[in-house]
Design a protein around this ligand. Structure first.
Ligand SMILES: Cc1ncc(COP(=O)(O)O)c(C=O)c1O
Length: 499
């Protein structure tokens, strides 16, 4: 039996490949042989989700005709794709797209900046802001006052402190999504939440559909769990999800999980609207896919009076298709390491049971601090400070980049903490590498893609403002000039810590 579930015609594929090759390749990039360019084109289409996984590709002769190249070129391109795991073929059944098992890791370290480099380097690696004081200090003081009764217990709360579970549940209920504390598990950040969900639902070799691009560390976490990532391209600009494409891919590859950052997507800043949210939940339900919705950025709308779309889980009243993940890291401070999962009570029970073999629980003092802040109104005041700070940073960064790098392209999101920038035809990996030499650390696009997609992009976070934003853009422009002049040899990015 053939393994493919849909087909891409030769004219359609030729059109997609031609439009992709029309993108500027960037100075310093040598023109590859025709077969390699074709293989890279198909690979990128799969990686960006523009051609679904398990789609039948045209026969070599047909594609050669549509592209006006020799059949040998297409045969060599197909052979290269097969050897890289992006194509499978069987005599009589044809060839269909695939993703390599385990999606091998890009060989890059995840090391935080060494302390001696902190003074001189402008670090644009992390999309996270310093604590919104005085609220961190007040929260910790409040926690210490509430600590004594807990000090008499063993201190293990694998589901989270009852008071914080209740508080988080009440906050969902206030947003119009009735929630009981039994539906909440407190985790060690959103990372801990998604790690636990992946281990419960997606074993080795299981497919997980992800937005393309997506948040780098979660992609890495999923790869390390042995998942096969199925990338689905975001719609153009900030317009959110291409729901038709999601529907098709979910139907055809029936992944166990789908992971989306619905609110101010990291890295693009996109914000899908209510219709897209409803449609995605329906598509996931029909495909039997569990939709994991990362709401880490959901409180970070930056412009006054902005109205957020409804939470994705509000379109899943039965609570069977959507698992929501939240975090204190962006709205408050990443150093708290507090996150949570909202799911059906039986899912929470399974996650809690599995925790006995993982981290056992989240530190009590930090949970008490978040609970204190949420119950005293300190949280809202801290988040308001956060919004003001991020908005000022965003505007300063946008102005500085437009001034120093006028051919870099991006759209300005209304929230979140990131700007996704097409770097004027330059290689993002080289910019990252050369940037380190000129004192600006910036993560390259491929970190946010699956297997090398988005080479022409970098991500800039709203973490610096004022004169520092100006200086960051000046250094980026210096890096760009060096790359244009041929600097930067390897495509590897050393020591980048991305959050
Ligand atoms: C979308 C998204 N999810 C998760 C995280 C990590 O969150 P946490 O610090 O709560 O583990 C980040 C941090 O940048 C993020 O942007």
């Amino acid at each position: 039996m053939a393994q493919w579930t849909s087909a891409v015609g030769s004219t359609q594929l030729a059109r997609l490949i031609t439009s992709q090759q029309a993108r500027p390749a960037g100075p310093g990039t040598r023109r590859p042989p025709a077969y390699r360019a074709l293989a890279d084109g198909v690979r990128t289409l799969v990686l960006e989700g523009r051609v679904p996984v398990a789609a039948r590709l045209p026969a070599e002769r047909e594609l050669a005709q549509s592209l006006n190249v020799s059949r040998t070129t297409v045969a060599a391109a197909y052979e290269a794709l097969r050897s890289e795991g992006f194509l499978e073929s069987r005599r009589g059944a044809g060839s269909w797209t695939a993703v390599p098992a385990g999606n091998p890791l890009p060989a890059r370290g995840l090391e935080p900046l060494p302390p001696e480099a902190l003074g001189s380097m402008i670090d644009l690696g992390c999309a996270a802001l310093p604590a919104p004081e005085p609220w961190l200090t007040r929260g910790v003081q409040g926690a210490l006052e509430e600590l004594p009764p807990y000090a008499h217990t063993h201190g293990d709360y694998p589901a989270g402190l009852p008071a914080l579970r209740q508080m988080i549940a009440d906050r969902y209920t206030e947003r119009g999504i009735p929630t009981m504390p039994e539906q909440i598990m407190v985790t060690t950040g959103a990372m801990g939440a998604i790690d636990a969900i992946c281990h419960l639902f997606a074993g080795r070799g299981e497919r997980i559909a992800v937005e393309s691009p997506s948040y780098a560390n979660i992609l890495q976490l999923m790869r390390e769990a042995g998942a096969r990532l199925v990338p689905i391209a975001m719609a153009e600009g900030l317009s959110g999800w291409d729901v038709e494409r999601w529907r098709q891919v979910l139907r055809e590859s029936a992944p166990r999980l789908a992971y989306v950052v619905a609110d101010f997507h990291n890295p693009t800043g996109a914000l899908p609207d209510d219709d897209q949210r409803r449609a995605l939940v329906d598509a996931a339900r029909s495909a039997g896919t569990v939709l994991v919705v990362d709401e880490t950025m959901s409180e970070l709308w930056l412009e006054p009076g902005f109205e957020m779309p409804r939470p994705v889980c509000s379109f899943d009243p039965a609570g069977s298709s959507v698992i929501t993940v939240g975090s204190a890291s962006k709205a408050f401070w990443a150093g708290m390491r507090i996150g949570w999962v909202r799911a059906a009570p039986d899912v929470i029970r399974s996650l809690v049971a599995a925790r006995a073999y993982a981290d056992l629980g989240t530190p009590v003092v930090e949970q008490l601090a978040v609970n204190w802040l949420m119950s005293t109104g300190g949280w809202e005041q801290a988040v308001a400070l956060r919004r003001t700070q991020a908005l000022e940073n965003r505007d300063a960064l946008v102005a500085a980049v437009r001034r120093e790098l006028p051919d870099w392209e991006f759209e300005v999101p209304k929230g979140g903490l990131t700007l996704w920038v097409r770097a004027g035809g330059l290689s993002g990996s080289r910019l990252a590498e050369v940037g380190e030499r000129v004192g600006v650390r910036v993560p390259s696009g491929p970190r946010f893609g699956v297997d090398g997609a988005f080479e022409g992009f970098v991500r800039l976070p709203f973490t610096v403002g004022g004169a520092l934003a100006d200086e960051a853009a000046v250094r980026l422009a210096a890096a760009a000039r060096l790359v244009e002049g041929g600097a930067g040899g390897s495509a590897q990015q050393p020591h980048t810590f991305v959050a």
